[in-house]
Design a binder for this molecule. Structure first.
Ligand SMILES: Cc1ncc(COP(=O)(O)O)c(C=O)c1O
Length: 460
């Protein structure tokens, strides 16, 4: 039975509770965009309109939409063995994928604990850090440090690591033990209290805030630091040069674990399999999800070092944690095929070669009065919008509401670009397209942004 757009809107209004969304869009508003098809870097909605997918769904569809090979890999696995858990049993797809990921992961990150998504991967890392220290004679190490405005997921443990008060206050008390330090937003470094000039100095300053927090809380109480290679929330903050090397030294000095939350940055976003490789540091754990399957089936995981694994490897020790669908055979089979595509089509190389062109194309937008900063890395960029370029004055809540929700998101979409207009920090537009695209598509994206941002400024 073919449903009309009106049928679907009605059913959505009656029954679908969207995530992180105002239901009033459906109850009192025009309805919700319904996406029905994807091919390459394009998507189509239920009214037949075509859009550039400038966000790879949600930082997910790195290999692009409509890949028959991935659909076939899923079908073949489902026919052979649709489901079996990895609770005391195993299946070949999860075994092969764990082996492949361990071989790709940096250093001695050799052990893969699968989940179904990113929040669970973060939750796993948090729980593992606590248990590791309990098993190794440091039972009071349980606190976790992360950065302001960083998003690390919604389970209540992961939420304790998330640095966005607006996402937590309604759920307080969340898991205790989460502490926040400044992020690496160089554009707003002075506002955070940094008084130096260079990015290198800023990196030292920002890393030292982590040590300050460890010392303040007591190193014997701190288990781990959770950092994204490039922080997404707030609008793509890359690490200043030397930042991660200094964080590593600090963590080693105080026996604190460094968790690289790569739910977005792993599997191609930065032109490498892992963000830790892009910036040359060695974490104790990496969390991943999203692009490992390019979204053709859900999967996440936590990659763990030999040292952290060791106390669990012998005798009657175990990690009493898991998910029914963690390491799902269909998802694991899809991930293996997806990684084949990455290799055969040299998608990481495509990102490395074209990232500077993408940056330069987006930097053209800095001639617009509303564009304060263009930043990011790989195929992952944020464009910060300001009211006054000279002073970097940002929009107040009401202006932000009018600009982002009232105009920009819809106007960009109407102009043919699906991307993200976000005000969890200062207002930004975020781009993270499929990693298959190149300079012609960058130009198309820039042209759409130019038109819409010019109109946004005129409306202010
Ligand atoms: C860095 C980071 N960690 C964790 C998560 C949570 O992942 P999920 O939505 O798959 O639970 C996200 C989601 O965007 C993320 O960006």
């Amino acid at each position: 039975m073919t449903r009309t757009d009106a049928d679907l809107q009605q059913m959505a209004r009656d029954h679908l509770w969207m995530h992180f969304s105002r239901q009033s869009v459906m109850t009192d508003g025009p309805g919700v965009p319904i996406i029905v098809k994807g091919q390459g870097h394009h998507i189509w909605d239920s009214r037949g309109r075509k859009y550039i997918d400038g966000l790879a769904g949600l930082f997910v569809v790195n290999a692009g939409h409509g890949r028959r090979r991935l659909a076939q890999a899923a079908a073949a696995q489902a026919e052979e063995l649709a489901f079996f858990p990895i609770w005391s049993y195993a299946h070949p797809a999860a075994i092969e994928l764990a082996d492949r990921i361990a071989n790709l992961a940096p250093g001695d990150l050799n052990h893969v604990f699968f989940s179904t998504g990113g929040g669970e991967a973060v939750e796993t890392a948090f729980k593992l850090a606590k248990q590791y220290f309990k098993l190794t004679g440091k039972p009071t190490k349980h606190k976790v440090i992360s950065r302001a405005i960083a998003y690390h997921g919604t389970p209540q443990g992961a939420l304790a690591i998330t640095g966005l008060p607006g996402m937590k206050s309604m759920f307080e008390p969340v898991t205790p033990g989460g502490f926040r330090v400044p992020n690496t937003n160089f554009y707003r470094a002075a506002e955070m209290g940094f008084s130096g000039a260079s990015e290198e100095q800023f990196g030292v300053w920002a890393a030292d805030r982590i040590e300050e927090m460890i010392l303040f809380e007591g190193a014997d109480t701190v288990a781990a630091v959770f950092l994204e290679p490039v922080q997404n929330s707030g609008g793509c903050f890359p690490p200043p040069p030397g930042y991660f090397q200094r964080v590593r030294e600090i963590c080693d000095r105080h026996d604190v674990l460094l968790v690289s939350d790569e739910v977005i940055c792993a599997f191609g976003r930065l032109g490498t399999y892992f963000g830790a490789d892009a910036y040359g540091y060695q974490p104790d754990m990496i969390t991943f999800a999203k692009a490992v399957t390019s979204g053709y089936s859900p999967l996440g995981g936590t990659i763990v070092s030999d040292r952290l694994y060791e106390p669990f490897a012998h005798g009657d020790a175990s990690f009493p944690h898991g998910y029914t669908f963690g390491g799902h055979p269909v998802s694991a089979a899809v991930a293996l095929e997806n990684l084949d595509i990455f290799e055969e089509e040299q998608l990481l190389q495509n990102v490395r070669e074209n990232s500077p062109v993408f940056r330069k194309t987006l930097e053209k937008l800095t001639d617009l009065p509303i564009v304060g900063d263009v930043r990011g890395d790989g195929y992952f960029f944020g464009i910060e919008l300001v009211k006054d370029k000279a002073t970097k004055a940002t929009f107040d809540d009401a202006e932000s509401e009018r600009l982002l929700r009232g105009f920009l998101s819809q106007a960009l979409f109407d102009a043919g670009l699906y991307c993200r207009a976000d005000d969890r920090g200062d207002p930004v537009i975020q781009l993270a397209p499929p990693i298959t695209i190149g300079p012609a598509e960058f130009d198309e994206i820039e042209q759409i942004l130019r038109g819409v941002l010019t109109e946004a400024w005129a409306r202010l």
